[in-house]
Design a protein around this ligand. Structure first.
Ligand code: ZN
Length: 174
């Protein structure tokens, strides 16, 4: 297993719709294991393949205290949503930015597990919020897209800083 580098805003891969996983082969298993190891090296609760530069529909989540209960979702689809939840979200790909986002409170999901078997499951609380955040990633959406204009305006300096950092690292490769 290996810890992978996390891609940061405004990298264009974060804006792509990720491709479905079709082959549950060894390279897919290695990517899942690496995603979990990378997640555990951070303070995050969820991570998806586009965030490590692989545009495929895989996400991992672990909300346990001891980081010993990883859940893996391949090709996830939200089947139904109900209620709402407002949680302050942040993103490993948008460091230093946090904001409250309105999400559904309960969701039901259809996905495939690591072996490719389909399952359906209902989630609420932080798991529901985390899954909506990560499934957005797989569609090329970021949590900052879901903020009101005013909230985005308030974050503009932090976002510009990230955009400028990216631009200067392209000009001066280190
Ligand atoms: Zn994120």
């Amino acid at each position: 297993m290996a810890k992978l580098e996390i891609v940061e805003y405004p990298d264009p891969i974060l804006r792509q719709r990720a491709k479905p996983v079709e082959d549950f082969n060894e390279s897919t298993q290695v990517l899942v294991a690496n995603l979990i190891e990378t997640l555990y090296s951070t303070s995050g609760i969820g991570l998806c393949a586009p965030q490590v530069g692989q545009s495929t529909q895989i996400l991992v989540m672990d909300l346990s205290d001891k980081q010993n209960d990883p859940e893996v979702f391949m090709n996830p689809v939200i089947l139904a949503k109900a209620g709402f939840a407002i949680v302050e979200e942040s993103c490993l790909s948008i460091p230093g930015v946090a904001a409250k986002v309105i999400r559904s409170g309960v969701i039901s999901i259809r996905a495939q597990n690591q072996e490719g078997q389909l399952f359906e499951k209902e989630f609420d609380g932080m798991k529901a919020v985390c899954l909506q955040h990560e499934i957005d990633h797989l569609e090329g959406k970021l949590f900052i897209d879901r903020l009101s204009r005013l909230r985005r305006f308030r974050l503009r300096q932090k976002l510009h800083r990230l955009e400028n950092n990216a631009a200067s690292s392209i000009l001066q490769p280190a």
